[in-house]
Design a protein around this ligand. Structure first.
Ligand code: ATP
Length: 236
């Protein structure tokens, strides 16, 4: 599981994360929900080791990981706008993290095949990202993040760049995939409907703080602050 204890982060004088306390159970799908600039991505990047907090502790499975390099935290990251390598095929994109780990090419072949089946993209391995639909690209980004078998999957606005109809399909698909894999997942969104429909738990952020966390029902029935009431209440 993932825990953040009293995390603070500044960018120069700007206080981007204020006394953040979060606890995420294993296998849960959690949404970090808040308006633009509320500090969601910063939290995700600190968990991934892409940013260092100024103070506080980050724990994964009970172990403090502040000084553990991101690459050794067992984390897969799906970036906003897919961030696939444009000049690499689907196969090479998915294989990337495995090659970095010096896994034998034969094993890589099996793993990529398995992942292509998981994302329903068999037969697309030779295509380049520009030859895929938005939904397919996002599935490939998902497979690339999952390739090294992470324990935790972080997704930054995974549906943002996708048109509305495909976005709905992709939400359902992601929900099913994550349940099947039983992988702890945290995704960033500013979309209340998305968080309510997809997440087991929602962490609401505002102005660098956590306003409230709980199940979608808890937040809807018992909002802790006027901000949560207004932010969550609008969508249902
Ligand atoms: P968005 O949905 O717009 O991405 P967010 O809730 O994810 O918003 P963050 O990206 O975490 O918010 O940013 C929180 C604040 O910290 C913003 O005001 C942003 O400008 C600032 N910030 C983030 N990264 C940096 C950085 N590297 N240097 C300076 N300021 C930063």
């Amino acid at each position: 599981y993932v825990e953040l204890h009293d995390i603070n982060k500044h960018f120069k004088k700007f206080h981007a994360s204020k006394d953040i306390n979060i606890s995420i159970e294993k296998g849960k799908l959690v949404a970090l929900l808040g308006p633009s600039g509320s500090g969601k991505t910063t939290i995700l990047r600190m968990i991934a080791g892409l940013e260092q907090p100024d103070s506080g502790e980050i724990l994964i499975d009970g172990k403090v990981v502040n000084n553990t390099p991101g690459s050794e935290r067992g984390i897969g990251f799906v970036f906003q706008n897919y961030a696939l390598f444009r000049y690499m095929t689907v196969y090479d994109n998915i294989a990337f993290g495995l090659r970095v780990k010096k896994i034998p090419e034969e094993e890589i072949r099996d793993r990529v095949k398995e992942l292509l089946e998981l994302i329903n993209c068999e037969g697309l391995e030779k295509r380049f990202p520009s030859q895929l639909s938005g939904g397919q690209r996002q599935r490939v980004a998902f497979a690339r993040a999952l390739a090294p078998n992470p324990q935790i999957l972080l997704l930054d606005e995974p549906f943002a760049a996708i048109d509305a109809k495909v976005r709905l399909e992709l939400r359902t698909w992601l929900r099913e995939m994550i349940t099947k894999l039983n992988i702890t997942s945290i995704f960033v969104t500013h979309d209340q409907d998305e968080a309510i429909e997809v997440a087991d738990e929602i962490i609401v952020t505002n102005l660098g703080k956590v306003e409230q966390s709980g199940t979608p029902q808890e937040l809807y029935k018992n909002p802790a602050t006027p901000f949560v009431a207004q932010f969550i209440g609008h969508s249902v």
